[in-house]
Design a protein around this ligand. Structure first.
Ligand code: ATP
Ligand code: SF4
Ligand code: MG
Length: 321
């Protein structure tokens, strides 16, 4: 693997609230190579979005506290970047698309004005901004882009808004695209179209993608590697194909047994007894032990480390075999 574009090492993030502290992310480590797609999969509240937002220091501080760890973008520490470098990083080098286009698109400005602003901010090389807007709207499959760019967001369907959001992110030519549940709010056909679009763009642009999803069913189609998160921790990190063929961590195995059909969400895992632990109140030892079908007597005391058990395959469970 070439030098990774993004390196996250032992990242720990707490939310310090009046009555309690939530250990939202605990000891997360992963890398993203140029051109690679890494999927982060996990149930609601497992720390996926917090991890993604931390990459460009977008978390609200307070209540968020970065307790420890390191984030390197292209070898440079994000934690110590000054405001000017951070502005270039956000959107310019690492761009986000979210579940709700409304979090990225402003209802009172036209598509042209919003994508144009992003281009002017991050792309000094572009002289004909309108031509560049049309080019990206076309690239994401918007018909008649020269006319559509004068629309306001509400004049577009949900799927079209999602495409505009992707065009806006891509127009800045980021090295990393973070797609946080980009298809969850869309119907099944549009979901499939957007995923196909991401797959195609990834190949064409050699961009790295961090794809966050509840849905293990879609990762085989698009991800090179998968990180499975449970209660703030990465419990398995593995090449996608190997993980789908032979999941090693008991939690991943349980997830696999409850993989929904494409388009259905994994909000509730019927196949795994028990619930995700209450926010901020994680069990001692292995955080999965109250729900784990393979739990041993010491699992409630000893917190397992993430260990490389086979080349490229990392598992946080000493009893994975
Ligand atoms: N601004 C905040 N203030 C307090 N707690 C927060 C805040 N943002 C996130 N958290 C907590 O951090 C934990 C992880 O949240 P996160 O949003 O990363 O989950 P997620 O895996 O993205 O879930 P989902 O699939 O529902 O989007 C949760 O317990 C959440 O309540
Ligand atoms: S450490 Fe124990 S409880 Fe945790 S996943 Fe492994 S077997 Fe299950
Ligand atoms: Mg989230």
């Amino acid at each position: 693997m070439s030098q990774p574009i993004l390196q996250v090492r032992n990242l720990c993030i707490d939310f310090v609230l009046e009555d309690r502290t939530i250990e939202a992310v605990k000891d997360a480590s992963f890398e993203l190579a140029a051109g690679e797609t890494l999927a982060i999969v996990g149930e609601s509240g497992s720390g996926k979005s917090v991890t993604a937002l931390a990459l460009t220091r977008l978390l609200p501080v307070p209540p968020a506290v970065i307790k420890g760890g390191e984030i390197l973008f292209d070898g440079e520490s994000v934690m110590t970047m000054d405001a000017a470098r951070l502005r270039k990083l956000r959107g310019g080098k690492i761009a986000y698309i979210f579940q709700e286009p409304s979090t990225s698109l402003n209802p009172v400005y036209t598509v042209r004005s919003q994508i144009g602003e992003a281009i002017r901010l991050h792309r000094r090389d572009v002289t004909d901004v309108d031509a560049e807007i049309v080019r990206w709207l076309d690239a994401v499959g918007i018909v008649d882009p020269a006319a559509r760019m004068h629309d306001y967001p509400h004049q577009l369907s949900g799927g079209m808004q999602q495409r505009v959001m992707i065009a806006m992110a891509l127009a800045c030519q980021p090295d990393v695209l973070v797609a946080d549940e980009p298809t969850t709010a869309l119907d099944v056909t549009i979901q499939a179209q957007i995923l196909e679009l991401l797959r195609e763009l990834k190949q064409r642009l050699r961009m790295s993608i961090l794809l966050i999803t509840h849905n293990l069913g879609i990762v085989g189609d698009i991800a090179d590697r998968v990180a499975v998160m449970y209660a703030g921790q990465i419990v398995e990190l593995s090449p996608a194909r190997a993980l789908l063929q032979r999941p090693l961590h008991p939690y991943t195995q349980a997830l696999m047994n409850s993989v929904p059909q494409l388009g259905h969400e994994l909000e509730r895992l019927q196949a795994i007894p028990g619930n995700v632990p209450n926010l901020g109140q994680f069990p001692s030892g292995c955080r999965f032990h109250p729900r784990c079908p393979k739990a041993q007597s010491d699992c409630s005391q000893k917190a397992p480390e993430l260990v490389e058990v086979e080349p490229g395959r990392w598992v946080r469970c000493p009893y994975w075999k």
